[in-house]
Design a protein around this ligand. Structure first.
Ligand code: AMP
Length: 488
């Protein structure tokens, strides 16, 4: 996309929303990494890559598209020998769809090679990049992750692990990093633990992954989460932990609970599925509506709708049938295609909804495109009433820590009242979960307003990490870097 179009579409940041994986000292490291990435496919579908190390050399293979379509053959795996590997799934973002942006990134430093996989979004990447460019650095990608690689490569420390600590101390934002330098596997999580990262073990080998579902697929046991602000490294089959950035309260991203993590992944000792059922239950407790059926928006609203239906003792039925061979509606870049996408993905199940009043449950409402289409679909198929229920509060503020959210202008709840949204989606009634209900569903008595337990700026506007790149004059640099990437 050329700059003018980008300006029109109001692109003001680079977005990364990805899955990361790493494994140390094990036979078939690249095959296991492929499986791990496959389990994390929901975190990113644009591209995938693996970097392996065989004790002498590094190997790298990167592709556009899905893991199963690209790493499903021995030919590719054979190109990734060694007992150590890291991998990455890249989310489809609007800017810079070029292979050079597909991770893991690799760099040679004076302490040896280093591969980097990053999930998240740095809030000072543009500011740092500007300084690095002034200092003579040449950037090859449009990704904020390259800033980390540049900082590591420019560190004067002797060992790569110390270079990494120095680099991480300069970055801000949401990040989960998995890195490989010779036979040392490294993991790091931002000071609030906004982006997820877990540690698993298989025989004597350690695994790092965005979510526990990537441990399950290879038969690894879950050990613990990497803590907020923690750097772990695995050397000679020993796990070491460093906390170089002081003490901070953990504050994971609420959207991992609501939408992003796979339902079977564990977050703070429970599956995302259980939390989502609780979100539906709390929503039902706050609601006084009566109807014949509870219908989920598949698959994102499934768990919440089950919880809602159990709580209300109203029948649950599949009033919408999903075509599983279409990607997420969100991955389509343009608004026009996105609205088509909803039709491609879902169809009304006439037999279960005709003549019925329906409570339609989804996990979240962002632009309102999905709800708008589905409400119409249900009425067209004979529903007598459609009451829309959203199992999270109104999203009023954009994200800058790694979840693909549109700008404030496009966020429906940032610009319309609940009544206006209801009118827009043409539902009979509309209700969102309260913030208190959200916290209760996620295991807290209420939101601690002094020290919030979760990163929840989507609803509150409370951004725990300063948005450095949104201030000052960084925008100019950002636009030139976006054009550099997209023209390649
Ligand atoms: P919208 O149609 O714009 O209101 O988006 C709402 C739908 O998109 C819901 O079904 C959500 O499950 C899904 N959704 C919410 N947040 C995201 C996200 N960050 N990435 C992809 N899909 C999302």
């Amino acid at each position: 996309m050329i700059i003018k179009e980008m300006l029109k579409k109001n692109f003001t940041r680079i977005r990364e929303e990805c899955g990361v994986f790493g494994i140390s000292n094990i036979e078939d490291a690249s095959t296991l990494t492929t499986l791990g990435l496959h389990a994390l496919q929901h975190r990113g579908q644009e591209g995938c890559g693996i970097v392996s190390y065989d004790g002498y050399n590094y190997f790298s293979e990167k592709r556009f598209g899905l893991v199963g379509d690209n790493f499903n053959n021995q030919e590719t795996i054979k190109k990734l020998p060694g007992y150590y590997a890291i991998g990455h799934n890249r989310y489809s973002t609007t800017g810079g769809k070029i292979l050079r942006n597909v991770q893991p990134f690799f760099a040679d430093t004076n302490a040896g090679g280093i591969g980097v996989s990053h999930n998240g979004n740095l809030t000072n990447a543009i500011t740092l990049r500007k300084k690095l460019v002034e200092d003579g650095a040449i950037f090859y990608t449009t990704s904020d992750t390259e800033t980390i690689v540049q900082l590591i490569a420019r560190s004067k420390k002797e060992k790569n692990i110390d270079k990494i600590i120095e680099a991480i101390s300069q970055i801000q934002g949401g990040y989960a990093l998995v890195m490989l330098t010779q036979n040392i596997l490294i993991g790091a999580r931002d000071i609030y633990g906004i982006r997820p990262l877990v540690i698993g073990k298989i025989e004597n080998s350690y695994v790092l992954a965005s979510e526990t579902c990537a441990l399950d697929i290879i038969g690894a046991t879950f050990l613990r989460e990497v803590e907020n602000g923690e750097i772990v490294y695995i050397e000679d089959d020993q796990l070491h932990s460093l906390k170089p950035f002081g003490d901070h309260k953990t504050r994971p991203c609420v959207f991992e609970y609501i939408y992003f993590s796979r339902p079977d992944s564990m977050l703070r000792g429970k599956t995302a599925y259980e939390y989502r059922k609780n979100l539906g239950k709390e929503l039902a407790k706050e609601d006084d509506i009566k109807a014949d059926l509870v219908v989920p928006v598949p698959d994102s609203g499934n768990a919440a709708a089950i919880g809602y239906s159990h709580q209300k003792k109203i029948d649950f039925d599949l009033g919408l049938i999903r075509n599983h061979y279409v990607g997420r509606t969100f991955i389509e870049p343009g608004q026009q295609i996105r609205s088509l996408g909803v039709k491609l993905k879902l169809n009304a199940n006439k037999s279960s909804i005709e003549g019925k009043s329906i409570i339609l449950v989804d996990d979240s409402l962002v632009r309102g495109t999905t709800s708008h289409k589905i409400v119409k679909m249900l009425y067209d198929a004979g529903a007598t009433e459609v009451h829309l229920r959203i199992a999270c509060p109104e999203i009023k503020f954009p994200d800058f820590y790694g979840v693909d959210m549109p700008t404030k202008k496009e966020l429906l709840a940032a610009n319309k009242s609940i009544e206006e949204i209801c009118e827009y989606v043409k539902a009979k009634s509309l209700r969102f979960l309260s913030i208190k209900g959200l916290y209760k569903a996620l295991g807290f008595a209420d939101r601690d307003h002094e020290n919030p337990q979760l990163t929840d700026h989507y609803f509150t506007g409370d951004y725990p990490i300063k948005l450095i790149d949104q201030l000052g004059d960084s925008k100019i640099t950002q636009l030139s870097l976006l054009s550099a990437g997209t023209n390649s």
